[in-house]
Write a protein that binds this ligand. Structure first.
Ligand code: DC
Length: 225
């Protein structure tokens, strides 16, 4: 029997993970699971229900009853909470910060990892996040750590925001990004780090297409030796 094709991509905020993962999965003809969306769904629900994101006990309870699910449509992944499509609501800066905070909690991570492993066992999938190479799919076919300098990541994020008409300055975007990096890399449970056997792809000086090509090259190498 052919081995399940699972590709794991980790990296910090703004490294181009989501768009690069989307395109790479499309070219490989497999699904792309955006795991950040699941932590965002929890962050959004906490904000909506006025549950204090600093209250680990309350957030853990909320997570157990979250009923988070995803589906893959022609326009990409949709994320649901108790059947409600929250895809359009989880990309705000408030939800980003809340997601980063709630993702610190061990029981939250355990629950999310359980769901992600189940999904990846069922289907060929490219999974992107922070702990995919280290924890969710340690035996993935290919493991990649995608990064870029903080300035370049902030610049990309800022350009995206400008296109949407958002008014934040480059300095504000850079400072927010560094704050989230700090929180994601220094949490006690499963901090963001490169797995020893993950291949480093630094996209600071690579175009989008070059980044996708590099990842496809690594995947082919791992698949066929
Ligand atoms: O990738 P993202 O920005 O959508 O992720 C939102 C937050 O969720 C991020 O600050 C860290 C957290 N996260 C995580 O801890 N583990 C993952 N596998 C994915 C995201």
């Amino acid at each position: 029997m052919r081995m399940r094709l699972n590709i794991a991509i980790d990296g910090p905020v703004g490294a181009g993970k989501s768009s690069v993962s989307d395109e790479t999965a499309r070219r490989l003809g497999i699904l792309h699971l955006d795991t950040g969306a699941m932590y965002r769904a929890l962050g959004l629900t906490a904000l909506r229900k006025h549950v204090d994101v600093q209250d680990e006990h309350a957030i853990t309870d909320l997570c157990r009853n979250l009923g988070v699910s995803v589906s893959h449509e022609a326009d990409g992944q949709h994320t649901f909470v108790q059947g409600e499509d929250v895809t359009g609501l989880i990309r705000t800066p408030e939800v980003s910060m809340a997601a980063s905070t709630v993702s610190r909690y061990a029981e939250v991570r355990k629950e999310m990892v359980r769901i992600q492993q189940k999904l990846a066992a069922e289907t060929d999938m490219l999974v992107d996040g922070r702990d995919i190479c280290t924890t969710v799919l340690p035996n993935a076919t290919a493991k990649i750590y995608l990064t870029a300098s903080a300035e370049e990541r902030a610049r990309r994020r800022w350009l995206e925001m400008q296109e949407k008409g958002e008014k934040d300055t480059f300095e504000e975007v850079l400072s927010e990004l560094k704050k989230r990096d700090e929180q994601d890399m220094n949490r006690a449970v499963e901090p963001l780090r490169k797995a020893e056997d993950a291949v480093l792809v630094d996209s600071t000086h690579l175009s989008f297409e070059e980044t996708v090509q590099e990842i496809l090259r690594i995947v082919e190498e791992k698949r066929h030796g």
